[in-house]
Design a protein around this ligand. Structure first.
Ligand code: BGC
Length: 462
């Protein structure tokens, strides 16, 4: 528990060198899906398949960031942040996933990186944020080992083009989500539901990560700062009888990935140990790659139960692979519009867990954010006090000293803009900046103004 949480103490200062940033990803913001030589991604296909996303929303236009680079760069600069995390779209760089390189795609990201540098903002690049080229999916997708090899080739092309203008490299965003939701439950692209394929996908995503780290290191040497972003959540049982379930879910979803990346092994009781052909395990010697930081994407804890009907709940979502079990938000518990429980102490818990694999691992919070049903009021303002409060409490947890999470190097609010929220389409808003999707008008919300105050004063202002 953060001793500072809930107190009326003086605003805490950000530690020297602490990176304050905002993030986005390519598919969620760029639009321009059929322009300048970009190839199809699995998310184009998934979103255009009936019944996959809320009201059939697609990423075709998204925030139109591809065409609005200069204005969006100015927005980021106005926020006063130190860093901007964005992802490179693999199908924009290699339309078929492998082979021919699309010069126009590289050019777009060169301009973006240089535009950030020109404004004094550190570019933080995610190489893979879920938009696999469809051609590679057709050839077997992440369940096929070749995809990991192609990923490393693609990483090399991007690193050669952007080089040391990039401040930090993140190989992958949330491999667990790609594997489990993409191939296990089918809730995300490519939408398959096959546990064995999901296990193979997880393994190859992690292998691709290790290959990519080696490529980046070979090209840029020790000066490069390389990491990965993992989604991590403490898993809590709703009833005491759910304790075993909670432990298994925590192991499968979170410990498996942290352990593979940092300690080079899958936990004995992990779903991967049960499902992967033994020959795969020999490849674990490729892990762990030497990392300069681990990115933590944290939104809130997961509360699980085998008896979703036995409790009064506000939200309930089947867990997918555990029979009747669901993740739930009990009535009365604070949560976002997307049903994510709010609990900053969970962020410290997951950081402490990470450190059990690698005690000195530098941690960067690469995503933390809050969904709410925002709107522009008649005075032109977006009053999203809950978001500022949410961010303040989590940032405070990171910078309070003497707590298990202390020593975090940076904090990236998710997200710069309201954007395409995957299966939820445009129904969930995470932005510091409101996007009116019909006109593409941007309106900085009250939370953006608060974030700017923090960036300027270098204190976690209330
Ligand atoms: C993903 C983001 C997403 C956010 C909010 C994270 O898991 O990396 O792309 O928008 O959660 O759901």
């Amino acid at each position: 528990m953060n001793p500072h949480e809930g107190s009326a103490a003086e605003p805490l200062p950000l530690p020297e060198g602490f990176l304050l940033g905002v993030g986005t990803s390519a598919f969620q913001t760029e639009g321009a899906v059929a322009e300048d030589g970009r190839g199809l991604s699995i998310w184009d296909v998934f979103a255009h398949t009936a019944g996959r996303t809320y009201r059939g929303d697609t990423g075709d236009l998204a925030c139109d960031s591809y065409h609005r680079m200069e204005a969006d760069l100015d927005l980021i600069a106005q926020l006063g942040v130190d860093a901007y995390r964005f992802s490179v779209s693999w199908p924009r760089i290699m339309p078929a996933g492998t082979g021919a390189v699309n010069a126009q795609g590289l050019d777009y990201y060169r301009r973006l990186v240089h535009g950030l540098r020109a404004r004094g903002i550190l570019p933080v690049v995610t190489l893979y944020h879920w938009d696999l080229p469809q051609a590679l999916e057709t050839a077997g997708g992440w369940p096929a080992r070749e995809t990991a090899v192609h990923f490393a080739d693609y990483a090399r092309v991007v690193v050669e083009a952007l080089g040391d203008a990039v401040g930090m490299w993140i190989t992958m965003n949330q491999p667990q989500s790609c594997a489990s939701d993409g191939y296990g439950t089918g809730a995300r692209a490519p939408g398959l539901a096959d546990p064995i394929q999901a296990a193979k996908a997880a393994h190859h995503l992690l292998l691709g990560h290790a290959f990519a780290v080696a490529e980046i290191r070979a090209l840029l040497g020790q000066a490069a700062r390389i990491g990965i972003s993992l989604n991590l959540r403490p898993v809590r049982p709703l009833f005491p009888s759910d304790a075993v379930l909670a432990e298994q879910v925590a192991c499968d979803r979170y410990a498996t990935f942290a352990s593979a990346v940092l300690a080079g092994r899958y936990p004995e009781q992990s779903w991967l140990m049960k499902r992967l052909p033994p020959s795969y395990l020999a490849e674990l010697e490729r892990f762990p790659a030497e990392l300069d930081f681990v990115g933590v994407n944290y939104y809130g804890p997961l509360i699980v139960t085998q008896q979703p009907d036995a409790a009064r709940v506000r939200f309930s979502k089947p867990l997918g692979e555990y029979g009747q079990a669901a993740d739930v938000v009990p009535a009365g518990m604070e949560c976002s519009s997307m049903g994510t429980v709010v609990d900053p102490s969970g962020l410290l818990e997951v950081i402490a867990d990470l450190r059990s694999y690698a005690p000195n691992v530098p941690v960067v919070v690469t995503e933390c954010g809050y969904a709410s049903h925002d709107y522009v009021d008649p005075g032109g303002r977006v009053r999203d006090l809950e978001r500022s409060e949410y961010l303040r409490r989590h940032l405070d947890a990171c910078v309070a000293s003497g707590v298990p999470g202390a020593g975090v190097l940076g904090f990236f609010a998710w997200s710069l803009l309201d954007n395409f929220e995957w299966g939820h389409g445009y129904s969930q808003r995470f932005g510091l900046v409101y996007v009116e999707f019909g006109t593409q008008r941007r309106v900085p919300k009250d939370s953006a103004k608060w974030f700017t105050r923090v960036a300027q004063s270098r204190r976690v202002e209330s």
